[in-house]
Design a protein. Structure first.
Length: 189
């Protein structure tokens, strides 16, 4: 059974702006989004780094050079961004101010990348398509990014997350554990 969600998210700054603000740091997200606008053919087919290592290299402030994401890693970044945008729209509102906030937090993006992001913003929320596009075993990670993108304070958002978790075959205990780790109210009672 879904929890009754009427209150704000527990545990500090939430929502898409909070996540992107925390991630963007000094570098912005432009480097990670390098292939989103259809330029993935410029990315190396593979590299010796995990997606997490690539993500960290884009946002840390160490003098180490950024790791160039592979085509698969850029595709995963695109999927994560699409999941965040869908989640942000799941409550039925995604106004111009929210869209501008997202673009601002992404940092420097080129015209192709901005077009990709705008296209994602204009797409309808489609949980089934998101689940189909998610590589096997990546459901919990995509679910987590979706959860980070919202405040989880409406029934529509809870219903969206329930549909997403169900699509990935996630057990209620697994979902609630993710929520607990993020300091967000449980989805299931």
């Amino acid at each position: 059974m879904l929890n009754n969600l009427g209150g704000a998210q527990a545990g500090g700054q939430g929502g898409l702006g909070g996540l992107l603000g925390g991630l963007a740091g000094a570098a912005g997200a432009g480097g990670l989004l390098g292939g989103l606008g259809g330029t993935m053919q410029k990315a190396p087919p593979q590299n010796d780094h995990s997606f997490g290592a690539v993500l960290n290299s884009q946002f840390d402030e160490t003098p180490e050079p950024e790791i160039t994401p592979s085509q698969d890693q850029e595709a995963m970044a695109a999927l994560m961004l699409a999941a965040m945008i869908q989640a942000a729209k799941s409550d039925g509102t995604f106004d111009e101010a929210e869209q501008q906030k997202l673009l601002q937090h992404l940092g420097e993006v080129d015209a192709e990348e901005a077009a990709f992001i705008r296209a994602q913003m204009d797409k309808p929320v489609d949980v089934e398509a998101l689940v189909r596009e998610t590589p096997e075993g990546m459901g919990p990670q995509v679910y987590t990014m979706s959860l980070l993108a919202i405040d989880l304070d409406t029934r529509d958002e809870a219903q969206y997350l329930h549909q997403l978790a169900s699509g990935y075959g996630m057990a209620p205990a697994e979902v609630n554990e993710i929520h607990a780790q993020l300091g967000v109210p449980s989805l299931y009672t």
